[in-house]
Design a protein around this ligand. Structure first.
Ligand SMILES: NC(=O)c1ccc[n+]([C@@H]2O[C@H](COP(=O)([O-])OP(=O)(O)OC[C@H]3O[C@@H](n4cnc5c(N)ncnc54)[C@H](O)[C@@H]3O)[C@@H](O)[C@H]2O)c1
Length: 343
């Protein structure tokens, strides 16, 4: 009988990590069927045990509440691990502008501590989950994976640093690292400070939504399930030392997205949209070329944006018990003028 595969997922109680874990444990990724899954998550303001509740009873899943900066904990957890999928990060651009230190600690030092522990333990594969924001802003066309990094915010600079450290661990020590860089995600369980859940939950409460600057900033929106399938393809068969873009979402200006959300929720622009001062260093447009992951690994996004958005709006309408306490605790919605991760 072959040995049970062991997967460690960092940040597995956050938005994207928890989606990945729920899909993994429910058998959506046949190559990892039956795997033992350890989630390592610090449960910061952005992580909730409730996001894992749908699979919490599964005996193959273990949640370890801990910090990726804790080298001793990692040295205990990692031996025998086949694959590490690294989602844990401070992820909100606006928070990085008001307090960059935590981003450097978790995203740079934490990733390095994890890489070192993976090297010590001889981990078989490491997926560094990253973002299109590491390239800065692009007026026209789309970035390929060899584009030089030119990040604008402390968030994207910390992710770029982490990506470079991960790739250096491959080149220097032979750790089998792959990096994924994805565009803006949307879907269930996203913390209600990011554009789509912030706008949806404000509108569900009959409130207003803050639109940054002119609203002409362009983002490419991809459903979290498509992102997680891309990450999984890379975890299974990515070439070590290689960066893969995960894209194929829908490009929209923030004004266009706001109009769609207002329509979904039956609200009116005049009453519901309030202008907010623009974010410093606000990138105008991101756009990635994902030819590599399509041709090498057969990636295709599956979820049509309008369908995915309608499902997402419905999910927030039906799951107030998840987001209401988070909004109260973080005091977001009225006071915070923060439309989006990078949006
Ligand atoms: N959200 C997006 O649109 C998007 C797009 C591309 C890439 N990404 C990347 O995907 C990853 C996940 O993003 P997300 O939106 O799910 O973020 P998130 O903020 O929702 O979740 C991050 C998770 O990491 C945990 N965490 C934070 N610091 C930690 C630490 N020191 N030790 C252990 N756990 C810690 C948090 O508790 C939380 O559960 C990030 O690396 C992000 O850069 C996000």
């Amino acid at each position: 009988m072959s040995r049970q595969l062991r997967i460690l997922v960092t940040g597995g109680a956050g938005f994207i990590g928890s989606h990945y874990v729920r899909r993994l444990v429910r058998g959506a990724y046949p190559a990892f069927a039956g795997a033992a899954v350890v989630v390592l998550d610090k449960l910061t303001y952005a992580g909730t045990e409730a996001a894992l509740e749908p699979v919490a009873g599964d005996e193959r899943l273990r949640l370890v509440i801990g910090d990726i900066c804790d080298a001793d904990l990692l040295d205990d957890l990692l031996p025998g691990t086949d694959v590490v999928v690294h989602f844990a990060a401070e992820s909100h651009v606006d928070r990085s502008i008001t307090g960059a230190a935590e981003f450097v600690r978790t995203n740079v030092e934490g990733t390095h501590t994890l890489l070192r522990a993976c090297r010590n333990a001889g981990v078989g594969r490491f997926v560094q989950v990253s973002t299109d924001e590491v390239y800065g802003s692009i007026a026209e066309g789309s970035w390929r994976e060899d584009q030089p990094l030119d990040p604008s915010s402390p968030y994207s600079a910390s992710k770029a640093s982490a990506d470079l450290l991960a790739l250096a661990y491959h080149r220097t020590y032979g750790l089998p690292v792959c990096v994924t860089r994805c565009s803006n995600n949307y879907g269930p369980y996203q913390f209600p400070e990011k554009m789509i859940p912030l706008f949806v939950t404000n509108l569900l409460d009959g409130g207003t939504v803050p639109l940054y600057g002119s609203g002409h900033n362009v983002r490419e929106w991809l459903h979290v399930d498509d992102h997680c399938r891309g990450v999984q393809l890379v975890a299974e068969a990515g070439r070590p030392g290689t960066v893969y873009h995960v894209g194929g979402g829908t490009e929209l200006t923030n004004r266009e997205l706001t109009s769609l959300l207002l329509r979904e929720l039956g609200a009116d622009w005049q009453d519901a949209v309030r202008p907010a001062p623009d974010r410093p260093g606000h990138d105008l447009r991101y756009s990635i070329d994902d030819t590599r992951i399509r041709t090498e690994l057969g990636y295709r996004p599956r979820i049509d944006f309008r369908t995915g958005l309608a499902d997402t709006v419905r999910w927030y309408a039906e799951n107030r018990s998840w987001w209401e306490p988070l909004k109260i605790r973080a005091a977001v919605g009225g006071a915070v003028t923060a439309p989006a991760r990078g949006a």
